[in-house]
Design a protein around this ligand. Structure first.
Ligand code: HEC
Length: 153
């Protein structure tokens, strides 16, 4: 009797844990698709200097700079002023070498965009690692700049 009693508790625990896992998985996956990024591409040209670099400087370059935390972790992606084109556009990720950091014209194929827009990217953490995620407006600007060709404009 005792054995049956314990085994039914184990089964309940297993089901409960599975249910919690399923709910967490659904919620996390749901969040990715529900990020409210403004519609685009707009007919307004997004500028690297005026729109995108200020975001990278404020939210990324503290670590993505020569000798910064990301660089010390092995990444050669530098996001301080004047470096994103050379170190990001058409460059392989050091983390997942088959992925390209920025694919001009294709934000969805760009690992950099995945790292800022998905809560559970292919490798490592969502960026920025500390502090708030980028806002939907910032994500929209980054996406549109990449989709418009990731130009040095
Ligand atoms: C607090 C430090 C920090 C900040 C701020 C930060 N990163 Fe990172 N980043 C890291 C570290 C550390 C890694 C490697 C570990 C990881 O991915 O979790 C990394 C990895 C990356 C990678 C993968 C690089 C590669 O070569 O494969 C990308 C892309 C990236 N970050 C983009 C960004 C962007 C875009 C921002 C700003 C929105 C940002 N990061 C802000 C520390 C940071």
């Amino acid at each position: 009797m005792t054995t049956i009693h314990y085994s039914s508790i184990d089964m309940y625990d297993y089901r409960t844990r599975f249910a919690i896992f399923a709910i967490v998985a659904l919620v996390t996956t749901g969040c990715d698709t529900m990020v409210a990024i403004p519609a685009g591409p707009s007919n307004v040209t997004v500028s690297l200097a005026d729109d995108v670099q200020p975001i990278l400087t404020a939210r990324c370059s503290g670590c993505h700079i020569e000798g910064g935390l990301a660089n010390l972790s092995g990444s050669n992606l530098f996001l301080d002023e004047g470096n994103v084109i050379a170190t990001g556009v058409n460059q392989s990720s050091t983390q997942v070498s088959v992925l390209t950091l920025i694919v001009p014209g294709d934000a969805d194929a760009s690992y950099l965009f995945e790292k800022v827009s998905e809560s559970n990217p292919t490798s490592g953490s969502r960026m920025p690692t500390f502090g708030a995620s980028l806002t939907s407006e910032e994500l929209g600007l980054l996406r549109d700049w990449i989709n418009q060709g990731a130009n040095d404009n």
